[in-house]
Ligand binder design. Sequence first.
Ligand code: ADP
Ligand code: MG
Length: 695
Amino acid sequence: MQLESTGLDPAFAIDPDTPLIDRELLSGILLLTPIFIFAMGPMLGLSVDTWLDAHINQVLQLLFTSVLIITSGRSILIRGIKSLISGHLNMFTLITIGVTAAYIFSATATLLPDFFPEEFHDPRTSLVHSFFDACAMIIVLVLIGQTLENQARIKTGSELRSLLSLAPTTARLVTEHEEKDVPLSNIHPGDHLRVRPGETIPVDGTVLEGTSGVDESFITGESSPVVKNIRDEVIAGTQNGRGSFILVAEKTGSETLLARIIKLVGSAQRSRAPVQKMADTVAGVFIPIVLSIALTTFIAWLLLGSHPSLPYAIISSVSVLVIACPCAIGLATPMSIIVGIGRAAREGVLFKNAESLETLGQSKQIMIDKTGTMTAGHPTVTDVVLFGNQTEQEILSFAAAVELKSEHPIATAICQASQKHNPAPLRKADSFLAIPGSGVEGTVAGKAIGIGNESFLKHQRISSRELVQFKQAAKPLRDNGKTISGVVIDHHLAALLAITDPVKPGARTAIHQLKRLGLAVTMLTGDHSDSAGVIARSVGIDHYKASLSPQEKHSFITELHAHGEQSVMVGDGVNDAPALAAATVGIAMGTGSDVAIETADITLIRGDIQLLPYAIQLSRTTLSNIRQNLFLAFFYNVIGIPLAAGLLVPVFGSAWQATPIFAAAAMSLSSILVITNALRLRTVTICTDTNQPAL
Ligand code: ADP
Ligand code: MG
């Protein structure tokens, strides 16, 4: 409900045990009930006036209302007064001025009725009319709105808390002499921890001893357990199966992947979307306008209204202040953002900020990397073509020694192929240098080894005859969609490795859906254009750019921007990071390199390419939800203000005068509508096969 604080509270920092109704609201409702009966009794058919003297009735109302303002209304009024002092006007300014005006008038009417001229007095009771019921009602309704907002936040925060509850609170520390359970906060990188059957893995680390199947479904979406052997990485929050193992802790506490995910989602929910700025600007202009309309209303009724004009002037201006309360406007954007980002996280799309949620849906161009993004990223070496006098085994062993230090999917494939051929432990390279998007270099047993693509080979000073040989051997393999890397030993072409990486199962459908959503799809790859073409055709991509260095991927994006176009870049590798950073929206595969994930605005947790059209459609749906909310919020003010100002009274009679109570109810209803509409985002179907958002 509060304009200033909306969107600033970390959704998941709200105590889950927050009671449904807080004390302020509860005492407010308890006090409001008698005030309502005393004030409205006759209208409700209760003959209050037969057993209670009319003046005592009014004094009791004054008493109850004063207590209600002091207890339940205090926090609202303090904020209002602060806003007046600081000049940062907000909805509390309007509420405070409205309630105070109504209260002072009513209190004076009760205690000093003679202060008012004759025509103010009710001929029957000779009392002056008071508005205690309206004061009390406004405060209670504002509190109800605040409670509803908190509830909505708690609801969306529950997704994050369920992630948090994945992490255990203790770990079993293994030292030289003993094993004991210690609090997780006492675990440091390098500690040895035992994970027993069925336990949740407490930290990110590497298996040191033992083997077991681990359920990593919350990160990878893969429901069958992944077998973990020595040297395999395990992730905090994943579930150990039937085996038992000892791991070396690598990342603990806030460093773990799980903790980073939770932090990311929390801060994204708190970030501000660009549309929010518009809502803020409008609210900033709106409040002074409302204040002046209220003042004009007051003066106009005083001068032109029928007698007694002062009560009418007060009713109308207080109604204007209350009905115009822009609390719903303040809620419109952040509520949808919080719900949208929470929903996305539940389904495996992590937004780093609200801005990317907003801009993603507006983009028309999408650039997608090939290896690891379109393809599964689990490549295998299929062919080894030899050019020198080394054996296949020797080549693989030299290459693997260098690739051991690379994070590239091709590197993993080469290491695996080498281990298959000679199960002895891999050799280690003495020096290592990665040229992202090209290849890797290193020294193994005194020999200079290089593995990489064609442009990399050109820089390795191999002879032009060797380069021709390479191209000839590569051609037929590339035509089968294979990726080719050459192996150079001491500046001589020694071999060619052909690697296949099948496209991801959902890739074709995803591309089809992206096109249906109206996006132009381009594949950007560092691979040779022959291999790239085969892959592009197999998934239905019409445009691709091949043999791009990381810098060229980056400049492809910046050139688009120079033409005033927005861009979405999707990638997984170190070689994609510059382009991901430059793109309007960068999307990283959760299975990709850390650098890519850190530079991107969005991460698809499981590296699931099918989440791409989903994320775009979710973004569009959230945007239209925000627009609906802004409409709901403004619509009320536009309709409500003239009604409250009493503009319709001269035309249709006094039944068209909105009372402060009516105004308070209308104001709360608009907030309730906005909150309810935003919560719809939690469950609405996101259809990725149509251009129309589901809302
Ligand atoms: P993509 O853009 O498709 O993700 P990269 O830019 O990562 O591919 O790599 C481009 C090409 O450079 C690869 O097709 C491969 O031939 C070569 N390459 C890159 N890194 C390595 C490596 N570590 N080992 C062998 N070859 C590599
Ligand atoms: Mg890649």
